[in-house]
Design a protein around this ligand. Structure first.
Ligand SMILES: Cc1cc2nc3c(=O)[nH]c(=O)nc-3n(C[C@H](O)[C@H](O)[C@H](O)COP(=O)(O)OP(=O)(O)OC[C@H]3O[C@@H](n4cnc5c(N)ncnc54)[C@H](O)[C@@H]3O)c2cc1C
Length: 489
């Protein structure tokens, strides 16, 4: 029997600091031209607190029952993103956990590990399929899967090659394109150099699952690997974008960016060592091609994505409605129509989730949600979210600018005049200001813009994804409809 050594209990500190201390491992995170300790740097502290509170739910007697399942083998609670659904009920159990977690962050944090864990769980559940490509894959992924769930590890997935020159058809020119490749092999493992994007939440992660998204031909097999890289590996540098996080002290002015900025990074690998047991696939173009489209892994991960999407759209709709009521615009027909549109978005995504779960099927003894409905919801999300943001702009209009610089201004000597002039139809000036600050953080701040970009692209290029719907669609019955009109046999 295994003892329960989560990343929290390994750290020999007070419970409040355990997750934080697990990240004090010498990882190389770069921000504003210097290496930072994310456990101390003010740009990371607010988000770190959010992640800690979510991860500690598994340590809390009441909450652990809602987000976890008790594992008899390990004698501990395991997060349900690691639960292999053996029935529809299991799938619904997973959904409830995702709903709970996403509600804690209003759907604003997408890479809280539950996505990557779902991917990992899918590959693990389907591991025997890969034995035909690599005899050792099932044992290697089992070893990591057990470690990750036992230790409640924070995992991220990073697949994309750098955006250097997308016109190049062959990815043979690995130096020019900065592609991740093996520079040396030893009996113990491999050394890799190159770069990857985008490592969302990488600075908060314990491990990174790395594999290429591009199609790799056999002649370029030296690029076809699946690696699990520890975030503190020497030579691995995480280069952060500009932080969009606001100071924790400014939480009232920036209620979202002060606590939900996940941070995105480019990962630079400068001769990073990866032991053989974490080289899950090595120079294996066929297996990599399968890994990317693994139906179990994709279905479980995208199921999580659309549950998060629903929560986020619900949150956006709540803000839109509140703004309309606050400024007395809810009676206008076009405003009602726009709010109705947001409700249609919600009902559509909700229906897709239900349809995917109810029409799920067994694949290799795993009950997976119906992929086509999930994928449809994901693609709709790339259009729904920007439209929802646009609707907030259209309803609130100049109101987003008619706000004082800070809610603290109400405590200043101009406070009485602000109370007099900044109120809403039926709301106080302070409440109206707080609402519009919240909305601005969502639609106008750098954090908000990043979210719009995220929803457009996180699931891949939406054009390719949509075209793929047509490519994969069974069009036979369309031909049948038309046969008599066209005098075909
Ligand atoms: C905020 C954010 C967070 C992200 N987080 C992660 C993460 O955690 N992990 C991860 O792996 N990825 C992540 N991604 C990356 C995401 O997967 C990619 O952005 C997405 O796949 C699109 O690829 P790209 O950005 O490289 O765009 P590009 O492929 O560079 O596209 C640029 C332009 O060229 C066009 N184009 C490119 N190729 C073609 C082609 N063959 N045919 C026609 N048009 C083409 C595109 O339509 C687009 O207009 C994240 C992205 C964002 C924006």
């Amino acid at each position: 029997m295994y003892a329960h050594h989560s990343v929290f209990t390994i750290a020999n500190e007070g419970k409040d600091d355990m997750f934080k201390n697990s990240l004090k491992d010498g990882r190389s995170v770069w921000l504003n031209g210097r290496q930072v300790d994310i456990t101390q740097d003010p740009h990371f502290v607010g988000t770190l607190q959010t992640i800690e509170s979510l991860f500690y739910m598994l340590e809390n007697d009441q909450e652990q029952k809602e987000i976890g399942y008790f594992d008899k083998e390990y004698q501990c609670w395991i997060h349900k993103s690691f639960l292999i659904p053996r029935s529809k009920d299991d799938l619904i159990e997973r959904r409830k956990t995702f709903q709970l977690w996403t509600k804690e962050t209003d759907g604003m944090m997408s890479r809280l590990s539950d996505y990557a864990r779902s991917r990992l769980t899918g590959w693990y559940a389907n591991r025997e399929f890969y034995r035909q490509y690599d005899q050792e894959f099932p044992e290697k992924i089992s070893s990591y899967f057990h470690k990750a769930r036992k230790e409640n590890r924070f995992i991220s997935v990073v697949q994309r090659d750098l955006q250097i020159d997308r016109s190049i058809k062959s990815i043979g020119d690995k130096e020019k394109l900065g592609l991740l490749s093996i520079t040396k092999k030893t009996d113990e493992g491999v050394f890799v150099s190159g770069a990857k994007m985008i490592g969302t939440a990488a600075p908060y992660s314990h491990d990174l699952i790395i594999y290429p998204l591009s199609t790799i031909k056999e002649e370029n097999k030296s690029l076809a690997h699946m690696l699990i890289v520890a975030a503190d590996s020497p030579g691995l540098h995480m280069v952060c974008r500009e932080p969009f996080s606001a100071d924790k002290e400014k939480e009232e002015d920036y209620p979202l960016s002060s606590k939900f900025d996940e941070m995105d990074t480019v990962l630079i690998f400068d001769n990073v060592f990866v032991p053989w047991e974490r080289v899950l696939l090595h120079e294996n173009t066929k297996a990599i091609a399968e890994i990317k489209v693994d139906l179990i892994s994709n279905s479980l991960a995208y199921h999580q994505s659309i549950i998060r999407l629903y929560t986020k759209l619900d949150f956006v709709a709540a803000i839109a409605n509140e703004i309309a009521e606050t400024i007395g615009a809810e009676g206008f027909l076009h405003v009602q129509e726009k709010l109705g549109e947001l409700i249609i978005q919600l009902r559509t995504i909700s229906a897709m989730i239900i349809a995917a779960e109810q029409n799920g099927k067994y694949l290799n003894n795993v009950y997976i949600p119906e992929f086509d409905y999930i994928q449809t919801a994901r693609i709709l999300g790339t259009k729904y979210y920007p439209r929802a943001i646009e609707i907030i702009q259209l309803i609130g209009s100049g109101g987003f600018i008619q706000i004082p610089s800070s809610v603290n201004d109400f405590d200043s000597s101009i406070g009485t005049l602000l109370q007099k002039y900044f109120h809403g139809k039926n709301t106080s000036a302070l409440e109206r200001t707080k609402l519009f600050k919240l909305a601005w953080d969502l639609i106008g701040s750098p954090f908000g813009s990043r979210h719009e970009l995220y929803e457009r692209f996180y699931s891949g290029d939406p054009i390719l994804q949509t075209a793929d719907q047509w490519k994969r669609y069974d069009k036979k019955h369309w031909k049948e409809y038309l046969a008599s009109y066209l005098n075909r046999e």
